[in-house]
Design a protein around this ligand. Sequence first.
Ligand code: IPM
Ligand code: MN
Length: 353
Amino acid sequence: MKLKIALLPGDGIGPEIVAQAVKALDAVAARFGHGFEYKKALVGAAAIDATGDPYPADTHAVCQSCNVVLFGAIGDPKYDNDPSAKVRPEQGLLRMRKALGLFANIRPLAVFDSLAHRSPLKTEIVRGADFVCVRELTGGIYFGKPQGRSEDGNTAYDSCVYTREEIERVLALAFRLAGERRRKLTVVDKANVIATSRLWRQIAREMAVQHPDIEVEYMFVDNAAMQIVQRPTHFDVIVTENLFGDILTDEASVISGSLGMLPSASVGAQVALFEPIHGSYPQAAGRNIANPMATILSAAMLLEHVGLAAEGAAVRRAVDAAIAQGVVTEDIVAQGEKSCSTTEVGDFVAGQI
Ligand code: IPM
Ligand code: MN
């Protein structure tokens, strides 16, 4: 298969970890006889520094000209500490999602058995947890208008807006995903208070009738926040709106005990984007210590997304082998063992493939 892959390394550790995923992809191409072509582009603080724009038109053109996008991370402390900054790296991410129509963020949460003891939760609670969060990504309060400040600056407002079309398309994806898994869908909302949530629930009920094979449950977001840590094994597929999904997916990500291991996919009408769920980890940038596994596993999701299931499985097996043999970075190394560098892990995984 010929595949054009846009590479958006972004900020902080982004370039280092994306480079390791590219090694894995190159190994897949060599072993399975595929032709992967890469096109690099700037995003985030790196793009602001070079062009003044966190999502330049050139970057958008590169993404549109490719089949898939592999993304590193975005964010730089110099902007986090400056609330008055007019241009921010995060705006690049939001504009990219909107411009590429990436309406669903899919975050699988699986607990690696050998890493379960690293979870902040008791091992018996997290062991066996295996669920997927589907977060709506281009609507809701992140994008709703009006948004802003009153003239005197003392009142601020955001609007949470959802249309039937936006809700239906992400729910359809979640129903499909549940059908491919354990057939259980949890719709998370705040329908006891919020109008958009009531529309979500109404539409989910309509769609549930058309999916009699899927067990659908409805859960308020505050309760869901509690259930995720109390009994994470309860869930199969969770679907929710943008802001709730932002919060719940961060919460869910830590229960595995290994944030550096979790990949994600953002999908939409055309091009799909794959990225680790962790951030730009600026303290580690350039030090060759960051865990590249989440990005390598994002590459596995990328391969599976384009129909290369055996190739994706080969990447996952290589990651499992690295963990089993202790070829891992300092964040997940067993006590008393020597950790490996980012590039050592990347080379080992590519070698296994
Ligand atoms: C995420 C991030 C972004 C979001 C920020 C960086 C804009 O937290 O991808 O979850 O809130 O969506
Ligand atoms: Mn977030």
